[in-house]
Design a protein around this ligand. Structure first.
Ligand code: F6R
Length: 606
């Protein structure tokens, strides 16, 4: 989603800002802009589309500055236009960028208009810069006027503002949208993600909710939500900036699909102790919590929600405890029942998803015994705010469509299942042994790529598709459908195969490909009956099936044979061919695979 980069230095900041924005490009955006201060002048340059457009315009404009802020915008309020792109400016004096949504923007806008402020955009953000400007008259510093302004903002913001009259300072404020300060020598930086600043520093301060900070070349002053001066820890980042290259691959998504065996290996490393899970991988208090837990409530969004759905099958079958799974945006707005000794588990690649974070904060007031997150970003809000955390070690995921983050989440959830089973005195050895074979099984599944690439051609002219699975493969069918729709723009739905005759059978015809996930397990015969129901109605079927499943290719059925795999890890392995199918269909259709239209990598607004 939107990205922020800022710098207060003695050297020209253009390159730092543009490089920072490029590192955030993968998150998804539709316009970009920069504001620079130099010698009492404020320069603003904006462009619709890619950061490269902004870069060219900036070069043409031949403006420079030693203090600057920059932004990539993912439109929420107002269309994709230069006028709506950030930075927004008030009275030619203050420039501001913002991530998040100001929910009370309409009333603020009316009041500010009444006071003579002229609005040039349709955004919610523009009220922020005008309000800060208005409050500047009543306060003796920009810091104080920002502190006063944030009291009036309802919603979420990570925001950065500076005054051309005092370009040696930038003021930043965080509530609901992450911001990190990067520390340099005689220069300091700000960004919505440390990744943007790895070329200039490795030392970071992660702002906390409600913080407002004054950042100059030489100093950083932080004030908490009650206005007290506070110290925040300086973290030395170990993030790898080289992760951001595509290497020999055509797209990040393909690279990340192929990285999955390694990502799973990394996620398992040091987390197994012979045939047991090393419970401390979940945090200091994990053993005591897992002993007492009687129920698990999983909360997540999108792909992460699908991994949670798979975990429900595992936890109930292998750890013998009940489990509910809910989409964060639903959970946070209803009165839910909290079971006795219930553990709240959030799952998130980014750790910053607005709805998931809000659900965690809500749940903390509701009497859960503890909270835990399964997450890929150690410095994220979800990790910092949860009692326990299991870090997936997928490495940076750049493709907007989640692949290796999903499979490593599944590994984390299998480890959670085994850890709880272990602490309850159940035998979890079979889970651990199966998990150990995963990297090799994933390598084998990747070898299906060529056949799937050929198959993908049959999807190029299709507008709709149906994915079917049963048991723990039902969520995998859902994940397959999500992947196909988000990167190829083909409408895809997933159904538990037993539900077919309750409605969706009406859709079946030769133009509707049916994708079936069919490992050789106790549900296979049931699934075969469902497949026959589709065949009888003229549907073309694409089956991903175990070699021993006895499906044969013919004129209505294409069979992709997957090596035999133990049922417990089959959801992880069968994910791979579905990812490959979506990828190759998208490539054939010529879509922007890594940055599909309208989508963002880190969904920091609700
Ligand atoms: C789809 C995808 C999204 C995310 C969802 C939650 O490929 O990536 O559905 O899974 O936006 O994001 P995280 O996992 O960061 O909480």
């Amino acid at each position: 989603m939107c990205g922020i980069v800022g710098a207060v230095t003695e050297r020209p900041v253009n390159k730092i800002l543009i490089e920072g924005l490029k590192r955030l490009e993968y998150r998804g955006y539709d316009s970009a802009g920069v504001a620079l201060a130099q010698e009492g002048e404020l320069h603003t340059v904006k462009a619709v589309g890619k950061v490269a457009n902004l870069e060219s315009k900036l070069e043409l404009a031949a403006v420079k500055g030693t203090t600057g802020i920059a932004h990539t915008r993912w439109a929420t309020h107002g269309g994709v236009t230069e006028a709506n792109a950030h930075p927004h400016v008030s009275k030619g004096q203050l420039a501001l960028v913002h991530n998040g949504i100001i929910e009370n923007h309409s009333s603020l806008r009316e009041a500010l208009k009444g006071d003579g402020y002229e609005f040039v955009s349709e955004t919610d953000t523009e009220v922020m810069v005008h309000l800060i400007h208005q409050l500047r008259e009543q306060h003796d510093s920009l810091l104080a006027s920002v502190q006063a302004a944030v009291k009036q903002f309802e919603g979420a913001y990570g925001t950065v503002v500076f005054d051309k009259a005092n370009p040696d300072e930038i003021i930043v404020a965080r509530s609901g949208s992450p911001l990190v300060i990067g520390l340099g020598l005689g220069e300091n930086f700000i960004a919505s993600d440390q990744l943007a600043l790895l070329a200039v520093t490795r030392r970071f301060i992660f702002l906390e909710e409600g913080d407002v900070a004054r950042v100059t070349r030489e100093s950083v002053e932080i004030y908490n939500r009650t206005g007290e001066r506070v110290e925040r820890n300086i973290i030395e980042s170990t993030a790898n900036q080289d992760n951001t290259g595509k290497g020999e691959y055509r797209h990040y998504m393909l690279k990340e699909i192929y990285e999955q065996p390694m990502a799973v290996r990394n996620t398992l490393e040091d987390r197994l102790d012979g045939s047991r899970v090393a419970v401390k991988a979940f945090g200091e208090r994990a053993t005591e919590i897992f002993k007492d837990v009687k129920h698990v409530q999983i909360i997540a969004c999108g792909t992460s929600y699908h991994s949670g759905m798979v975990a429900r099958y595992w936890l109930e079958q292998f750890a013998g405890i009940s489990c509910n799974v809910e989409i964060a945006s639903e959970f946070r707005y209803r009165q839910s029942y909290v079971h006795e000794n219930s553990l709240l588990v959030t799952i998130s690649q980014s750790g910053e998803t607005a709805d998931t974070l809000a659900a965690l904060r809500l749940a903390k007031e509701q009497g859960y015994m503890a909270s835990m997150t399964i997450c890929n970003v150690a410095s994220s809000s979800l990790v910092r705010e949860s009692d326990l955390a299991f870090m997936t070690k997928a490495g940076a995921e750049i493709g907007v469509a989640s692949t290796k983050a999903f499979t490593t989440q599944l590994v984390g959830l299998l480890m959670l299942t085994a850890a709880i089973a272990q602490e309850k005195g159940l035998n979890a050895e079979h889970i651990v042994n199966a998990v150990k074979s995963l990297p090799m099984k994933l390598e084998e599944a990747l070898q299906l790529a060529n056949g799937i690439e050929t198959l993908a051609e049959e999807f190029a002219d299709k507008h709709h598709s149906l994915f079917l699975g049963r048991g723990s493969q039902y969520p995998i069918a859902m994940e397959g459908a999500l992947k196909l729709k988000e990167i190829s723009y083909i409408h895809a739905e997933a159904y538990a195969a037993g539900e077919l005759k309750h409605g969706p059978l009406a859709l079946i015809d030769a133009d509707m490909p049916i994708i079936v996930v069919a490992p050789n397990n106790e549900l296979l015969e049931k699934l075969k009956s469902n497949v026959e129901e589709v065949r009888a109605r003229g549907g073309i079927i694409y089956v991903f099936a175990d070699k021993a499943s006895h499906f044969e290719s013919d004129n209505t059925m294409r069979v992709v044979r997957v090596n035999h795999v133990e049922d417990i890890i089959a959801p992880v392995v069968y994910t791979i061919p579905l990812q490959l199918l979506s990828y190759y269909v998208a490539v054939i259709k010529g879509t922007d695979v890594d940055q599909p239209r309208n989508l963002a990598k880190s969904v920091t607004v609700e």
